[in-house]
Write a protein that binds this ligand. Structure first.
Ligand code: ADP
Ligand code: MG
Length: 253
């Protein structure tokens, strides 16, 4: 038995040759890679092993569904991948940068530039227009992107999700599906290395959820890299890889 299996299961085959739909081998760039990534929470006298030595390789253009029961560690892993949290041990390369030891400011900067987040509850600011929500990641760049350019980029991103005609509406004036589209436009506006989605259809009815999945499907077809948490096997079918978490351990089907 592989000794590493006792601490965590490898979620990739390092030597596997990837193939194009026509069967020819392709070399795709690695977007992110974790090695024995671990997150442990100390709760008084007890320790929660939320993530146990996860090995994950995601290549440019992958669409990974991350499945597993509640409490299995999905959000813990996604937070680490999204630079919202730091591992207890292990390594994490985002593109060419080993990020597990970076300082808070550099992490925030990298998160703003290279990560696009989509949440179950959309996380939009209610008091500002859709386009201003989309422009927020650009506004956080310390004046490097001028106001006019921010609006132009936000409008292009809204146009991509079919909502250019709602740019001036506040989130409260939009349906759930439209709000999630705005959130997707916000995730796209910085041209991130990877889009991380935590149950993106969890707050939507099934028809609207399907519309959002079709949009994610199209973004994947255009070459975007996506890691999506879901507990719904029907939703996971849109992905080209399915990883499962169980008690903090990651495996791939
Ligand atoms: P999932 O997203 O799959 O439902 P989580 O990643 O949220 O699971 O949680 C994995 C485990 O880690 C659970 O046992 C949870 O209770 C624990 N956990 C998550 N966040 C914290 C925290 N901040 N402090 C202590 N325990 C936590
Ligand atoms: Mg969760």
């Amino acid at each position: 038995m592989n000794p590493s299996a006792t601490v965590g299961v490898t979620c990739h085959s390092p030597n596997a040759v990837l193939t194009d739909p026509d069967g020819s081998p392709v070399r795709r760039e690695i977007v992110l890679r974790t090695e024995a990534l671990t997150r442990t929470y100390c709760m008084g006298d007890s320790t929660v092993h939320a993530l146990r030595a996860a090995n994950l390789v995601v290549k440019r253009g992958d669409f990974v569904a991350l499945m597993g029961a509640s409490g299995s560690g999905k959000s813990t892993l996604l937070s680490l991948l999204g630079l919202l949290d730091r591992p207890t041990s292990g390594s994490y390369w985002l593109e060419d940068v080993e990020v597990s030891t970076l300082g808070r400011n550099r992490l925030a900067e990298l998160r703003g530039q290279r990560i696009g987040f989509i949440f179950q509850n959309f996380n939009l600011l209610a008091r500002i227009a859709a386009w201003e929500n989309v422009a927020l990641p650009l506004a956080y760049r310390g004046g490097k992107v001028g106001h006019g350019e921010q609006k132009k980029m936000a409008m292009e991103s809204l146009d991509r999700v079919g909502l250019a005609n709602r740019a001036g509406h506040r989130p409260t004036e939009l349906s759930g599906g439209q709000r999630q589209r705005v959130a997707i436009a916000r995730a796209l506006v910085t041209q991130p290395a990877v889009i991380l989605a935590d149950e993106p259809t969890g707050n939507l009815d099934s028809t609207t959820g399907l519309e959002i999945m079709n949009l994610l499907h199209d973004l994947h077809a255009e070459g975007r890299t996506i890691v999506m948490v879901t507990h719904d096997p029907l939703i996971a079918r849109h992905a080209n890889r399915v990883c499962t978490m169980r008690d903090g351990m990651l495996t791939e089907e």
